[in-house]
Design a protein. Structure first.
Length: 146
């Protein structure tokens, strides 16, 4: 059974997983004080809708398109759980990288994303693109100051 919070997350994922970011729409889907942790527990938390948009824009300089296959979605209260497969095409080397992701979203009463955190295997991705785990960690380290 779908609800408005699940619908908000589905719509947000459509905005974020595309060939070209629509930053105004992404910003509108986020609470002003939203937080994002791109790789739990390794990446720093990014604070604020503007900073999240800036970090997303930075990450999109690495790849030219991104697709998300939503496998499962469930919710309890203000929390929405997603299981998906993400595919990106890297600019350098023009190759696909595929990863399984568990994304957890906290959504407020206005159906805005308040906290977005992602769990995925960085070493799997590092192996796919041919870099070390430490290089992958640096690549995914958020660049936006808190």
């Amino acid at each position: 059974m779908s609800n408005s919070k699940e619908t908000a997350v589905k719509e947000f994922l459509k905005l974020f997983h595309t060939a070209k970011l629509d930053l105004p729409s992404i910003r509108a889907a986020l609470a002003p004080d939203a937080r994002w942790q791109a790789v739990v527990p390794l990446a720093n938390v990014v604070y604020g809708a503007d900073a999240i948009c800036a970090e997303a824009e930075r990450q999109y300089r690495i790849y030219k398109d991104c697709d998300c296959e939503l496998l499962n979605i469930a919710s309890a209260g203000d929390t929405v759980f997603t299981e998906r497969v993400d595919r990106v095409r890297l600019i350098e080397g023009d190759r696909d990288v595929i990863t399984n992701v568990a994304g957890i979203f906290t959504v407020n009463d206005d159906d805005k994303i308040v906290f977005w955190r992602e769990y995925w295997d960085m070493l799997d991705i590092a192996g796919q693109i041919g870099i070390s785990g430490e290089d992958m960690r640096q690549l995914m380290d958020t660049q936006i100051a808190a």
